[in-house]
Write a protein that binds this ligand. Sequence first.
Ligand SMILES: Cc1cc2nc3c(=O)[nH]c(=O)nc-3n(C[C@H](O)[C@H](O)[C@H](O)COP(=O)(O)OP(=O)(O)OC[C@H]3O[C@@H](n4cnc5c(N)ncnc54)[C@H](O)[C@@H]3O)c2cc1C
Length: 318
Amino acid sequence: MSKVIDHIKNAQSTLFSFEILPPSMGESIHKLFDNISPLMEFKPKFIDVTYHREEFVDKKMPSGLLERKSVRKRPGTVSICAALMHKFDVDTVPHIICGGFTKEETEYALIDLNFLGIDNVLALRGDPIKGQPQFQPTHGGHHYASELVTQIKNMNQGTYLSEELQNPTPTKFCVGVAGYPEKHFEAPSMGSDLKHLKQKIQNGADYIVTQMFFDNKKFFEFEKRCRAEGIHVPIIPGLKPLTSKSQLTNLARHFYIDMPEDLVEAVEKCKTDEEVKRVGIEWSIQQSRELIKDKVPCLHFYSMGKSTSIQEIAASLF
Ligand SMILES: Cc1cc2nc3c(=O)[nH]c(=O)nc-3n(C[C@H](O)[C@H](O)[C@H](O)COP(=O)(O)OP(=O)(O)OC[C@H]3O[C@@H](n4cnc5c(N)ncnc54)[C@H](O)[C@@H]3O)c2cc1C
């Protein structure tokens, strides 16, 4: 299998990739296969699979008392990557996060990925868990994605956590990291966020994938500032076609992004979600065309469990 960075190096034109979520607990993987099968026609070079850490829910016990339980609503990231590679012969990029993992557990997870022949990971910190105002690193785990990048790159050099290993086999992960054209929500300024982004690259990250954005100007400005900061790795824009009116506010709130006025006005005029979907598709196509003209290395689509819009967009672009 190949590394994302090699796909980019070997490309003659802008590539296509997308991101999926593992099925909700109890759902069949076949639903996921059916959902993404039509997208395979457009030859994605890689598919990202998100990672969802545990959440805490209060469950009422027969005694009437509440018991706090830890649940994982979308397990299966690694096995889905292996299943996709097997079924579609496509490269996969599992997301790996700091939250919920000690360094040792991270090492075990990376060993599993390495043994499965997965050569790519997206290294992330993860969000604070519900109810916590700030991200709390796991005891013995990493605080920032930059530290996770260092651990992965150390393994690529054959440096594992235990110093007693005799000639440990180097791994060969290509490492992606997240970038935020509209700034990460916790960063006090864009300048500070870019300084930390640069740290991830200095620690060895090979490429950046951006948070979704709906205004290309934000991406171009971000790209320019990254280059001015001395960040020279490929920057892959992340795109999300709108599919419902409620996403206007939900995505803005959840991802700390601004919706352009023209898009808001067009969506507000829609009477049904089918109409919103058409607006979302057209908007994404226009964004994509402009980004392709700018020679971005790849267009990365957030499917969030829905692929029909991405299918239409890909059909008109690739
Ligand atoms: C493309 C993409 C995919 C994602 N996939 C997932 C997923 O699968 N699962 C999931 O749980 N979440 C995912 N997320 C969400 C991500 O985990 C959150 O946005 C998280 O809050 C930050 O992650 P990060 O890797 O950007 O963190 P970091 O790069 O560690 O940065 C987090 C914050 O800390 C600041 N910072 C960094 N280093 C330092 C330092 N040394 N000192 C002080 N401040 C510092 C940064 O400026 C930023 O504000 C994804 C996000 C993106 C953009």
